[in-house]
Design a binder for this molecule. Structure first.
Ligand code: CP
Ligand code: NVA
Length: 299
């Protein structure tokens, strides 16, 4: 049973709850926990496209004996002027939980405010906590825990990075962040990590970030909705690509939430190398979210 009603960012969980969700996910993955959610329905609101989030939630609900409904922007009246507050109140009269992928994080807060059932963040412009659950599960599996593991984030201080910074602080994972000037993690996020007591080290130089890293994490430079910033961001991120040259003195493993833009933030060779944890990371979305759903719905 979690204290929180909703999962809007990773620190909606207390630290012991975060570990409990990760352990539950690992047990589900290992076939040691066969908890089900029969007759439960998850409503999935999508303003942006998705491969992993949609398929892992939908498959996860099926595997738990429940059901998920995909609600794209053109499928429901929300896309035709019905307010978020009305949509949320109506949805929560039907379904047992709502997962939403939205642009504006404030819109997610509004959905949560009007929802009588748990709301899960499936990515907003500011945060991607379900990804962080899978990321931490992947690191826990690959390194046997978080103690003495050095992680590096190289690239954009974006939604995936911001939730990862907070999650890393919560589990005590040492993290160095290398972001270009003007594209760092928000001050709020860095303050949250500081308040938790395990803030990242922030540097400019990707080589400095990866020097002692056991695992290097990157994500796209141009996130969904930022397509008009493409030229300026490509210029700003020069030198931040995760490639064999950057990793030449390192045996670090590499993470990416996917989808990847090969040749931009990461090279084809690194993604296809033995360093890449990305396929386990993608699979772990399924297990991590099943762990979250059973904890959130108290099953
Ligand atoms: N990592 C992730 O959220 O992928 P999708 O955009 O495919 O859901
Ligand atoms: N930062 C990326 C993550 C996609 C899963 C985006 O928001 O587009």
């Amino acid at each position: 049973m979690l204290e929180t009603d909703h999962f809007l960012d990773i620190d909606d969980l207390a630290t012991d709850e975060l570990h409990a969700v990760l352990d539950r996910a690992a047990a589900i993955k290992a076939g040691e926990d066969d908890t089900e959610l029969p007759d439960h329905t998850l409503g999935m609101l999508f303003e942006k496209p998705s491969t992993r989030t949609r398929i892992s939630f939908e498959t996860g609900m099926t595997q738990l004996g429940g059901h998920a409904i995909f609600l794209g922007p053109d499928d429901i009246q929300l896309g035709h002027g019905e307010p978020l507050s009305d949509t949320s109140r109506v949805l929560s009269r039907y379904v047992d939980a709502v997962m939403a992928r939205l642009f504006d994080h404030e819109d997610l807060l509004e959905i949560a405010e009007y929802s009588d059932v748990p709301v899960v963040n499936g990515l907003t412009d500011d945060a991607h906590p379900c990804q962080t659950l899978a990321d931490l599960l992947t690191i826990q599996e690959a390194f046997g825990g978080f103690e003495d593991v050095q992680a590096a984030w190289v690239g954009d201080g974006n939604n995936v990075g911001q939730s990862f910074v907070i999650g890393a602080a919560m589990v005590g994972l040492d993290l160095t962040v290398a972001t270009p000037d003007g594209y760092g993690m928000s001050e709020d996020v860095l303050d949250q990590a500081e308040a938790i007591g395990h803030p990242p080290t922030v540097v400019d130089d990707p080589a400095e970030a990866v020097a002692d890293a056991d695992v290097v994490y990157t994500d796209v430079w141009i996130s969904m909705g930022q397509e008009d910033q493409r030229e300026e961001k490509l210029a700003a991120f020069e030198g931040y690509q995760v490639n064999e040259e950057l990793l030449s003195d390192s045996d670090a493993q590499v993470m990416h939430c996917l989808p990847a833009h090969r040749g931009e933030e990461i090279t084809h060779d690194v993604l296809e190398s033995d360093r890449a944890l990305v396929w386990d990371q993608a699979e772990n979305r399924l297990h991590a979210q099943k762990g979250l759903l059973v904890e959130l719905l108290d099953a």
